[in-house]
Design a protein around this ligand. Sequence first.
Ligand code: SKM
Length: 171
Amino acid sequence: MAEKRNIFLVGPMGAGKSTIGRHLAQQLHLQFYDTDQEIERRTGADIAWVFDVEGEAGFRVREEGVIDDLSQMQGIVLATGGGSVISKENRNHLSARGIVVYLETTIDKQFARTQRDKRRPLLQTEEPREVLESLAAERNPMYAEVADYTVKTDDQSAKAVANQIIELLGF
Ligand code: SKM
């Protein structure tokens, strides 16, 4: 049987990776995974707990393990955590094992979509917008570096973005 290709979605918190990923997987009859959800499933605790107890460093170790395992599968759509790209090992695995799509968005949209979301311990601060801006400055070049394709998610529905990706990739 021909090898089934993977689609890996990268981008910041609030870019719509999980929602768009679900649409993509459904339309292409691929399996959908989300690294944050997989970390929670394996740990039996939520992301906030992992950050509290193990710190960000502990969370990143778990994230690397999950990305290494899931990216070795075939025929999946994977929504990666917003900080996955800071690890060179993650970037290498993603580029080598699938097609990487960067979902680009504005700070305004990110801010609106991440308010009250408890899976974002980095944003539990007085100044979440400033945090989003500084993460963007650090990480946007890394999303761009690892990406095979870049798609803007601002003005379209998740379904429309998924359709755009399908067309772009020629799936
Ligand atoms: O992986 C989670 C976690 O809250 C950290 C994060 C980040 O560093 O941008 C994004 C989320 O998807």
